[in-house]
Design a binder for this molecule. Structure first.
Ligand SMILES: Cc1cc2nc3c(=O)[nH]c(=O)nc-3n(C[C@H](O)[C@H](O)[C@H](O)COP(=O)(O)OP(=O)(O)OC[C@H]3O[C@@H](n4cnc5c(N)ncnc54)[C@H](O)[C@@H]3O)c2cc1C
Length: 286
C-alpha cells in the first residue's frame, strides 16, 4: 500500500516546527518514529498534506533525573527508555513496559512522545505513565503547558493535545522511597500490542499495609485508565486483599470487543493481570 501524496519538512528548531504546524491549518501531522503514523497513512486512514519530521529538532532526546523528578524528551525511543539506567532506577515499570513494546525494530524507532500522543488503546507506555503519575509537556503558538496524565487520554486515538501543539516531553514526580512498581501484559502474539497491560505502583506503610497505590490499565477499554476502584479497595489493606481489590479492574469500563478478544475476555484479563501487577509491585515494595 502506498500513502497519498504529501509534502515533507524537517525543521531544525522547535519554534520552526510549531510555526509550520500552525500554518498548516490542521492539515499536517508530526512525524516522530513513524511506526504508527506511516502504517495509518499506507492504509489511507490518515492523509495529511504535510509531514513535519521532528528528527532534526534538538533537545527532544534528553533524559533528566534530579531531585524534582524525571523528564523524558518526547523523541526518546522505547529502546532508550528500556535501557536507560536512570529510568530503570527512577521509574522501573516504565522501563519494563518499554522493553515489551513490539520488537527490536519498533522499539528502536518508536518514541515515548509518539506513543502517548497517538493514544492507541493497546499501547504499553500509557499504563505505567498513568500509574507513575506522569504529565505531558506540550508547546504551541501560545507557549508551553503541562497536561496531567489523568486528563490527557480522551477516547480512542484522541487526547487533550490541541491541533497546533507538539509534545516536547513527559514528566514524572520522584517515587516515594520504598515504592514497588511493575508492568505485566497479555500480548497479541504477532504485534505484541497489549490485549491487556497493567502497571501498578505500591507504597507500603510500616505494618506492610498499602499507604498509596496507583494502577494504570491499557488494552481493555477505548482509552487507558486508572483503575480507581482497585486503588480504593486496597488502601490500608495488606497483601491478602489483592485478589478482592483486583476484581474491580474493569468496573465501569466499556471493554473493547474485537476479533482479538471479546469484551468479556478482556474484562477477565484485566482482573487477572491487575492481580499479577499488584503482587509483583507488593513483592518489590517489600
Ligand atoms: C509492528 C508493530 C508492532 C508494534 N507493537 C507495539 C506494542 O507491542 N506496544 C506498543 O505500545 N506499541 C506498539 N507499536 C507502536 C509503536 O510503539 C509506535 O512507535 C508508537 O505507538 C508511536 O510512536 P512513534 O514515535 O512511532 O509515533 P509516530 O508514528 O511518528 O506518530 C504517531 C502519532 O502521534 C503524533 N505524534 C508523534 N509525536 C508527536 C509529538 N511529539 N507531538 C505531537 N504529536 C506527535 C503523530 O502526528 C501521529 O499522529 C507497534 C508498531 C508496529 C509497527
Amino acid at each position: 500500500m502506498y500513502p497519498a501524496q504529501f509534502d515533507y519538512v524537517a525543521p531544525t528548531s522547535l519554534d520552526e516546527a510549531i510555526k509550520l504546524l500552525a500554518e498548516s491549518g490542521g492539515d499536517a501531522k508530526i512525524l516522530a518514529g513513524g511506526h504508527s503514523l506511516l502504517p495509518a497513512m499506507k492504509l489511507r486512514l490518515a492523509q495529511p498534506a504535510k509531514i513535519i519530521d521532528l528528527r532534526k529538532v534538538p533537545g527532544l532526546n534528553e533524559i533528566k533525573v534530579d531531585a524534582n523528578g524525571t523528564t523524558i524528551g518526547s523523541m526518546v525511543t522505547h529502546a532508550d527508555v528500556a535501557r536507560s539506567p536512570e529510568i530503570q532506577r527512577a521509574l522501573p515499570s516504565l522501563a519494563e513496559a518499554a522493553a515489551q513494546v513490539g520488537d527490536l525494530q519498533v522499539r528502536n524507532r518508536g518514541t515515548l512522545g509518539g506513543s502517548l500522543a497517538h493514544a492507541d488503546p493497546a499501547g504499553d507506555p500509557p499504563a505505567p505513565f498513568l500509574a507513575l503519575d506522569g504529565s505531558i509537556i506540550v508547546k504551541g503558538p501560545n507557549g508551553e503547558r503541562t497536561i496531567v496524565g489523568t486528563e490527557f487520554f480522551i477516547d480512542i486515538l484522541t487526547t487533550a493535545l490541541a491541533e497546533d501543539e507538539i509534545v516536547t516531553g513527559v514528566s514524572f514526580p520522584t517515587l516515594a522511597p520504598g515504592t514497588g512498581t511493575a508492568y505485566v501484559k497479555f500480548e497479541h502474539p504477532a504485534s505484541h500490542y497489549a490485549l491487556t497491560g497493567v502497571a501498578a505502583a505500591v507504597k507500603l506503610d510500616g505494618s506492610g499495609n498499602v499507604e498509596t497505590v496507583k494502577v494504570g490499565v491499557t488494552g481493555v477499554g477505548p482509552k487507558p485508565y486508572r483503575a480507581t476502584g482497585v486503588e480504593e479497595a486496597l488502601v490500608g489493606k495488606g497483601v491478602a486483599a489483592i485478589a478482592d481489590a483486583a476484581a474491580h479492574a474493569a468496573d465501569g469500563i466499556d471493554c473493547n470487543d474485537d476479533i482479538h478478544a471479546s469484551a468479556e475476555y478482556r474484562a477477565h484479563l484485566a482482573v487477572v493481570f491487575t492481580r499479577r501487577a499488584l503482587q509483583a509491585a507488593f513483592d518489590r515494595a517489600r
